[in-house]
Write a protein that binds this ligand. Structure first.
Ligand code: SAH
Length: 212
């Protein structure tokens, strides 16, 4: 029995329709990204705690954000993720992009997860220990940028590092009304179109790095 394929089927029944995304979910073994004591919960459609008080996102949210970032495109060249966390979302992105840059601000998580991704053979994921609010200008422009922590604003460097030719940024933005909404921002040269999607619950996008 392939539990990741079953998870993809469940997400399809919940409204995820992009076949590239469903294939990506089916291809990544979620169990590898969950701590040993939570393995029995790895295939529930739920967020779960990981080290350092952070969370691995709910599979539906991972799939939905990937779908919004792809925006109907089959495969992207470079993508940037802010908030590596467990590395699961980065592994899903690696199925739909040539190169994935993923930034984490907590040093301990960065060290653990970059070793995990290396052991699992994800060579196209480049882990970085930095404040993701600054993006990573060295590898710009990005066809897609995905932020997996909630912000009160859209950090300007991320807008600037988006491909001017149709790059898409997906970010949970905390509203004044106490909830977070997913924003999908598409860039055409100096124009940025914003579309609003599902309410979500993410840990906060913080400023600066934590660690040495
Ligand atoms: N994408 C992850 C879930 C991330 S939880 C997964 O698939 O498991 C959010 C993560 O964002 C946490 O690990 C948190 O430390 C990180 N984070 C918060 N603010 C950040 C920032 N400014 N730069 C980089 N990472 C940040």
């Amino acid at each position: 029995m392939n539990k990741d394929a079953d998870l993809a089927k469940l997400l399809a029944s919940e409204g995820i329709s992009d076949t590239n995304v469903l294939r990506a979910i089916a291809a990544v073994k979620r169990i590898n990204f969950v701590s040993a004591d939570l393995r029995s919960a790895a295939y529930l459609n739920r967020a779960l705690p990981i080290d350092c008080g952070q969370t691995i996102s709910q599979p539906y949210v991972v799939a939905r954000m990937t779908e919004l970032m792809l925006a109907g495109r089959n495969h992207l060249n470079r993508v940037l993720e802010i908030g590596t966390g467990s590395g699961y979302q980065a592994a899903v992105l690696a199925q739909v992009a040539d190169e994935v840059y993923s930034i984490e601000r907590i040093e301990q998580l960065y060290l653990e997860v970059s070793a995990r991704l290396k052991n699992l053979g994800y060579e196209k994921i480049h882990c970085l220990f930095a404040d993701g609010r600054l993006g990573y200008a060295e590898a710009k422009p990005y066809a897609g940028i995905l932020v997996t922590a909630a912000s009160h604003d859209v950090p300007p460097p991320l807008l600037e590092q988006l491909d001017p030719n149709g790059g898409v940024l997906v970010i949970p933005v905390a509203t004044r009304h106490g909830y977070q909404e997913l924003q999908q921002i598409t860039r055409h040269d100096d124009e940025y179109d914003v579309a609003y999607y599902d309410p979500v619950e993410f840990v906060p996008l913080k400023h600066g790095r934590a660690g040495k």
